[in-house]
Design a protein around this ligand. Structure first.
Ligand SMILES: [Zn+2]
Length: 122
């Protein structure tokens, strides 16, 4: 049997955590200095509108990455406390193929499908 099935998943999570932190830092810095980042000072009209749209895209990306970073950090926390790889809902082990596809998964496939169904049922 595989003794340390989570070792490479931890590396993966750590790499993604570092990358997400970098992306977030870069985009937050860009939002604070929009004029310097676009480098366009001579066509204020349409470029200004485009810059606004870009800012909105940045804000969307930042909140998306922040959520992902929270999930990745929580997964690393679970790795440290030893609860990693177990479904937070039913406590059953989460399948390794699922963890490889989604290392920060909190729920087993069954529970995730039930949760997704609950969300989509309106
Ligand atoms: Zn479950």
């Amino acid at each position: 049997m595989n003794t340390r099935p989570c070792a490479d998943l931890r590396d993966d999570l750590l790499a993604r955590e570092a990358r997400l932190r970098d992306e977030l830092r870069a985009h937050r810095a860009r939002l604070l200095e929009p004029a310097a980042a676009t480098g366009n000072t001579f066509v204020a009209g349409s470029e200004g509108a485009a810059a606004d749209a870009e800012d909105e895209l940045d804000i969307t990306l930042i909140s998306h990455w922040q959520r992902e970073l929270d999930e990745v950090s929580a997964a690393l926390q679970r790795l440290n406390t030893g609860s990693y790889g177990h479904c937070e809902r039913c406590g059953e082990p989460i399948g390794l193929p699922r963890l490889r596809a989604l290392p920060e998964a909190r729920h087993c496939l069954d529970c995730q499908e039930q949760a997704d169904r609950a969300v989509h049922r309106t």
